[in-house]
Design a protein around this ligand. Sequence first.
Ligand SMILES: C[S@@+](CC[C@H](N)C(=O)[O-])C[C@H]1O[C@@H](n2cnc3c(N)ncnc32)[C@H](O)[C@@H]1O
Length: 191
Amino acid sequence: MSTTNKLPPYFLKIYNTEQKQRMDCATPTVKLRYEIIEEFINKNKYTTIAEIGCGMGYPAVYILENCPSIKEYIAIDPGPPHKNMGEKFEKEAFAQFESGKFLNTTSQQAVKMYPDEYFDFIYMDHLFHMSNETCILVADIESWIPKMKSGGILCGHDSNYKHVREALNKVFGVTLQEIIERQNYIWWVKL
Ligand SMILES: C[S@@+](CC[C@H](N)C(=O)[O-])C[C@H]1O[C@@H](n2cnc3c(N)ncnc32)[C@H](O)[C@@H]1O
């Protein structure tokens, strides 16, 4: 794991807090969500990534710093509430990576910007925040599936929330896989 030396101080503070929370718990080997993503990308040497709902962006910076195979990392977030964070994020940290591109748009605006079979890894961290209507989440997830290359991984966070879970069940059924441990509710499917 890198020392994340490109993280600016406010990112570093959050990162260190999360590391400390992990070390304080009874099972310190549990991975943080962005370490699970890091592992998926490095194991498969994925190159073209989208993170939908990148928030403040420190996981994006962490992943970029720790996954040398990445050629393009599209971080998407419309804000608010994170608009100012997004601007700060782009200037201070993300801009250091040539492969990083921040899109200040919604998932549904962003999906129209890419051709089919473009991404080999998509991380959805916006579903819980986007809507509490299952049908809206289903439509959003389904709109991204054609954008995935065969053999790629579509994954996300927050499968513990009822509306997210219902949408995932509708779209993927039994093909859905999950990593559930402490604060991690990571879902994923290989396409
Ligand atoms: C929990 S935060 C994500 C944090 C980040 N991925 C992380 O791991 O720290 C969820 C984000 O989803 C964004 N969001 C809400 N609706 C969205 C939409 N329709 N499209 C894309 N992002 C959305 C919110 O602005 C928020 O920043």
